[in-house]
Write a protein that binds this ligand. Structure first.
Ligand SMILES: Nc1ncnc2c1ncn2[C@@H]1O[C@H](COP(=O)(O)OP(=O)(O)OP(=O)(O)O)[C@@H](O)[C@H]1O
Ligand SMILES: [Mg+2]
Length: 488
């Protein structure tokens, strides 16, 4: 791609970007949230037309007309925001628009069979007939990957493919990538996880604010220089963990059980504490938080807030107790994509802006501006629709909206998924300030450096049970991994 320019409604977001991907390599495309990575890739995938610039595939100049045309040219893209239709089965989703046919009818049997072969080849254990909406985010992502592979594309774009999968699955994805590479394909890989980049990238291109910064061979650049080029400044402390005084217990659970999901889990979170929960996907962490928050039923167990027994049947009750839950799935649960950024932030705390029955627009506006500033959310205007923001910026809005309610206990489920290095450290800073005021945070995280960097204690879950609890002194990656797989 040469000198690619792209505007949305007269705002230019790509200012002449270059990208050269060699066959048989993994090319990492890096940059902060909103830098233009996804937009550039959507130009390549035919989702967006370009305003000016040129695209060459196998040395030939191409004018990409549509997503279908891009596919025909040998490009497959796994999008950052999962877009599969929940009611469709895995097979229907993979072969959408190119279903095998018997006469005029779709040959469902053949389609199932082809899907099964594809999944078997990738060693993915998902049934072709199951509905997409019933799969976990991680499995949905694997289906997207299977779909991309099924196009036999020469250029495969993976826009944050590991944002929702844990270490084991990442290893597995890397094997798939190694195979694709050996077949001479070019893989464009977008991720905010720095350690991944240095493991798999051959070449690295950095974008900043829609500008092309530079391209290096991965062996010629180190982590610090890469980050410096991405954020345009030096980042002195990545995990700004501040030790704050820890007081008595705020929230305690005993013997929490939901049959088939988690069993007999007890823990207590203290005021001022960041309580980390580590584990593999499927360990039952999210299900447990959902039950605590009133989104699902508990079969057994007790909950106490400041020593007083409480029961929670609905999120509304949880919120009334001062408990907030930021979900891992921003598109499904966290965000109203068709609404302006401003309303998304203020929606759950509308009461704050009401005076004598009227909404104080001025107060709402200044609060929104403060939050946008504090979290460095990249928007053109607060009136912009949330759905038009870059992925990481959407996640920051979900956080902003809950932090504004000042809950006593903030439950964060994979809080920095898809968030860039600069913004991550901003969020870590906010978390520290938040607990310094005597509040508590429960943080589910599958990113080992994050949970070890930020938590005061870590509870590890394995296949529905609590397999251990560690204090900061005892934190070690190996110990946590061992506990995470101890019940499998
Ligand atoms: N459909 C759209 N309409 C208007 N603006 C858009 C649209 N899509 C993207 N933008 C804007 O273009 C800029 C680049 O966004 P893009 O999604 O490419 O960022 P990104 O580098 O992929 O970020 P992230 O790491 O958060 O995914 C952002 O300012 C974003 O708000
Ligand atoms: Mg993106």
């Amino acid at each position: 791609m040469k000198k690619v320019r792209k505007s949305f409604h007269s705002v230019e977001v790509l200012h002449g970007v270059d990208l050269t991907v060699r066959a048989g390599t993994v090319h990492a495309l890096m940059g902060e949230n909103g830098a233009g990575k996804s937009t550039l890739m959507k130009v390549l995938a035919g989702v967006h037309g370009l305003d000016s610039g040129e695209v060459y595939i196998r040395g030939e100049k191409v004018e990409i007309q549509s997503p279908k045309h891009s596919q025909e040219l040998g490009v497959a893209m796994i999008h950052q925001e999962l877009s599969a239709i929940p009611e469709m089965t895995v097979a229907e989703n993979i072969f959408l628009g190119r279903e095998p046919r018997k006469g005029i009818f779709i040959d469902h049997k053949k389609m199932q069979q082809m899907t099964q072969e594809l999944l078997d080849n990738l060693k993915v254990a998902i049934a072709p007939s199951v509905k997409i909406g019933r799969l976990k985010v991680a499995d949905q992502q694997l289906v997207e990957i299977a779909k991309a592979v099924s196009f036999h594309a020469d250029i495969i774009v993976m826009d944050e493919p590991t944002s929702a999968i844990t270490d084991n699955e990442v290893e597995y994805l890397f094997q798939i990538i190694a195979d694709l590479k050996a077949q001479g394909k070019g893989i464009i890989y977008i991720s905010h996880k720095m350690d991944e980049i240095f493991r798999i990238a051959d070449d690295i291109t950095v974008l900043r604010d829609g500008n092309y910064v530079n391209t290096w061979e991965a062996k010629d650049i180190n982590n610090n220089i890469l980050i410096q080029n991405m954020v345009g400044r030096e980042l002195n402390e990545y995990f700004p963990k501040v030790e704050v005084p820890i007081h008595d217990v705020l929230f305690e659970v005993k013997h929490l059980t939901q049959k088939g999901k988690f069993e007999d889990v007890s823990f207590a979170v203290k005021k001022g504490e960041i309580f980390g929960i580590a584990g593999l996907i499927g360990a039952g962490r999210t299900e447990m938080m959902q039950a605590i928050f009133g989104l699902a039923k508990l079969d057994e167990g007790e909950m106490y807030l400041e020593g007083v027994p409480i029961t929670i049947h609905t999120p509304k009750e949880a919120i009334a107790y001062g408990i907030a839950y930021v979900t891992e799935d921003r598109k499904g649960e966290g965000l109203v994509l068709e609404m302006p950024v401003a309303h998304n932030i203020t929606l759950p705390s509308m009461k704050m802006f009401c005076q004598n029955g009227f909404i104080s627009a001025a107060k709402e506006k200044s609060t929104v501006e403060e939050e946008i500033e504090a979290l460095r959310i990249k928007v053109h205007t607060p009136a912009q629709l949330a759905g038009k923001l870059s992925g990481g910026n959407q996640q920051k809005i979900v956080l902003a909206k809950w932090m504004m309610k000042h809950p006593k206990l903030l439950i964060l489920d994979e809080p920095t998924r898809g968030i860039d290095v600069g913004a991550k450290s901003e969020i870590y800073k906010l978390m520290c300030e938040y607990v310094a005021k005597g509040n508590s945070i429960i943080m589910i995280s599958s990113e080992m450096p994050e949970v070890m960097g930020m938590a005061d204690r870590i509870m590890v879950m394995s296949n529905g049970i609590k397999s251990g609890e560690l204090t900061r002194k005892e934190f070690a990656q190996e110990t946590i991994m061992k506990l995470a797989v101890s019940n499998i």
